[in-house]
Design a protein around this ligand. Sequence first.
Ligand SMILES: [Zn+2]
Length: 400
Amino acid sequence: MPAVRSFVACLAVGLFLAPAALAQPYETGQVYFGRNDYVEYYAGDLPLIFSAPHGGELTPNEISDRTSGTTVTDSFTRETVLAIRESVFEYTGRYPHVVLSNLKRTKLDPNREIVEAAEGNQWAEQAWTEYHGFIDSAKESITTEYGKGFYVDIHGHGHTLQRLELGYLITSSDLGRSDTELDTSGLAGLSSIGALVTDSNTSFSEFIRGLSSLGSLFEAQGISAVPSSSQPSPGSGNPYFTGGYSTVRHGSRNGGFISSVQIEAYRVGLRDTAVNRKTYADAITAVFDEYLRLHFGWAGIVTGIEVGVGTLPEELRVPQNHPNPFFQSTIIEYVNPEASRVTVRVYNMLGQELETILDRYEPAGVGRISWNARQRPSGIYFYEVEAGGRSIANKMILLR
Ligand SMILES: [Zn+2]
């Protein structure tokens, strides 16, 4: 697929950019490396940033092993973030920003202050500076283009309880407090989503563990998560990660327009095989699409455009799919004037139904679904969107 091709092409070129020369030189879809490939940045054009600080494998001799702190690798988190990048691209045709540390955690821990992260080694310090510089640069371009955005720091945990641990910089004991206490204690301003809460009528507790919280959206995808509506707090005695240096620095605890979460994932079923990582990545894509729709007032991650009630059409609208013609997968969008059951079906040229690719209750607004035609021959196909008693069909062309 295109994402993989451009990735390989850039590796072959061995593109290198000194951090000093970074004004706005980044081209969406391209990959950029820090010194010795210790740090890697995939430029994006969506208001989302994903990073993996603990998935690297490089152990250069010029950096001696760290002598304190945690040095355990979060296995396959680098691959997970690259799978997320691919999944988001398949879904939207556009890229999130991605920042990776390729150094093993024994050499550098970018999720710490520089002193503890690099222990005074100049090359580790340079990699640390490049890593956070890439994230700063992504934040700047998102703030310029969209005004706000979201940063997700991807980790892996080895805890017994097989659930995602979502860190908003709120401790386990604070999560043990009631919703009212959470909403009135000033904790929102100390969280990594302070800007988002300030900007919204939604309560802090709803953001953290209501039905529209990330945790509940993950649970709707079949992935257990804390905090969420069904698991409002980790529970005393259970280990839980509240978020680290990157969540503090790059989220909105200290102001700014980018909010953040640290996601700690269990291994078996999410990180351990390419198939599971793809499923996890698709779930993350769906969750953030919904989250941005619910909390940013946007149509989802694809455009970042505002969709107010006043802008909704009176009748169902189904614009042309894009891309079209397409080579492997395409995106079908619709604008639903009112909440209703939405069905999207694909037909061949003879009018025979091939697949129902969507059939669920949807809120009013812009919705989208991608159709992967990997198994189909070249030719003309039709898609039909049915909602609220109306249906609209369009033609699309698959090329091989
Ligand atoms: Zn980690």
